[in-house]
Unconditional design. Sequence first.
Length: 287
Amino acid sequence: MVVVAQLVEPRIVIPVVAGSSPVVHPIFLLGFANELEEEGGQIILAPMQSLEKRIHYKFRNSLLLAEALTHPSLAYESTSPHFDNQRLEFLGDAILQLIVTEELYRMFPDFPEGRLTKLRARVVSRRALARFAMAIDLGTYVLLGKGEESSGGRRRPSTLADAFEALIGAVYLDAGRKVARDLVLRLFESEIGGMAASPEELNPKGELQERLQALHPQAPGYRIVGESGPDHRRVFLAEVSWRGLVLATGRGKSKKDAEARAAAEALRVRLWEGKQEPVTCHLPAAE
């Protein structure tokens, strides 16, 4: 007999071995048992065909995909044995690191370790992975507990980044390193291609700190010295100083952005090399 766990369309198809008892698998112990139906020789678990189309890869073992998309919150709300995507997240993190490291090593044969590390961070940071997950609408497919769902977990960057890592881990187990590598490089094509055109690390705060601490151990300091605009379009004015000297100010739509613009302006005017008036890096005024 074959059972079907129908959640929404399109669906994950899980092959059933004759004589086996598929409903003891943890995915069927997460609260979906009442929705099981029979359908010619296969278990239909979840609406994932469209995700497979988005990533241009069809899983041979759909349970791996189901596991990759099962958030721990779903398991926490079940009293039965369960699984979640944390182990695949652990594996996927390592796979992503290796694939991106190899590609950057090949692309930039003259770069030292430090620069390669910074470039890799641009691709595999939590923020970057969440952005890649949003590009394939991964949050739509994640299986969440009711509490996590109601608190906006489907759009939470950490949830998206974890699911993306788990997805890569699942592809690696399903098809091997080459297929996983091809998928990662295809999904990361724009980001990595941008590095080839502009490999410099876009981190003015980090660069400013490195330059100043090469002269003195004290790090630069930042403070917000002004705000303007309506609540929904605030513009912040940040000031960066070092050893009692105001180096520059910068305006941005967030405090972090304002600080980064102040750092970029400080790098441009280099007041630590002489006495000049600080310069402000402006954004267009808020409407």
